[in-house]
Design a protein around this ligand. Sequence first.
Ligand code: PMV
Length: 316
Amino acid sequence: MAHKIIKVSAPGKIILSGEHSVVYGQPAILTAINKRLYVEIKKGRGSTKIITDQNPELVHHALFNVIPAKAGIYTNKKMFNNLKITIRSEIPVNRGLGSSAALAVALTGALLRWFNQKWNKKLINQIAFEIEKKQHGNPSGADNTIALHGGTIIFQKGKIKRLKVSHLPQFVFIDSGLASETTREMVKIVNAKIKNQNAKLQFKIQNLINNLGKVTAQCIKTLKEKNSNQLKFLIRENERLLEELGVVGEKAKRIIKEIESLGGAAKICGAGGLKKGSGILLCYHQNPQVLLNFAQKSHLKNYQLKLGAEGLRNEN
Ligand code: PMV
């Protein structure tokens, strides 16, 4: 019999609208991208060997704590010997592109398959969410859900709906640079404001969260109607609210202003960042070439991503 090898992959993602407000129960629109993380498992020799380009602490926590406890597998330690697990990712890290969620989903899917467990999407999502908690503290669960299901979804309070559009507009993704803060820290910053003793500040932040929710709801409608002028207006409004929320750094703000002055719109897409960069920016212009020229002239890296990619999948 040929030696057993299994290989699975999960995609990264972009948040089109709803970052941060999704943590407080508002809707978010997420789409999977054509950059994936791959997990391969095969028999090795001696103790289990892990080759990874991801955070090894998170990988260990997932493999030895979360997955066995939640899936009830390899309680017998011997079962977990002699494995060779290889993790390789195309998703840039710390850019708001969902690399840790792709890791959580792909690793869980791979192990369930290796141990001949039922390919149960609900269970995979629950386990991946637990792994994400280790990485992000108090995540909404949106990132692991899109990595699992793929396509383009509307996520709210753990529930998903597919966004039924034939295609999404052509966005350009410009890198505003690595954030020096983690997602966990950025989520905490917003949370501290919401829980602030100052009732006025609390009220203001709650209002911003509600308005972000409204912008997302309008964005869903606009994407379905393919109304590009309205889309531009909503992206600008979304960014303005995120800036008021205090999650966008000066560098990203400058880039976004320039894009607006060229007749386009842009917003952070993800947790953002303050002291240095704020991660990837979702940029829109009726003529995308204007944005590509701008990125080139300004020496900013840009990604042309395919949206609506497949979720967790078997590669063999
Ligand atoms: O990890 P990122 O940068 O994609 O951000 C996650 C989005 C947040 O809304 C900020 C957090 C969450 O858990 O939804």
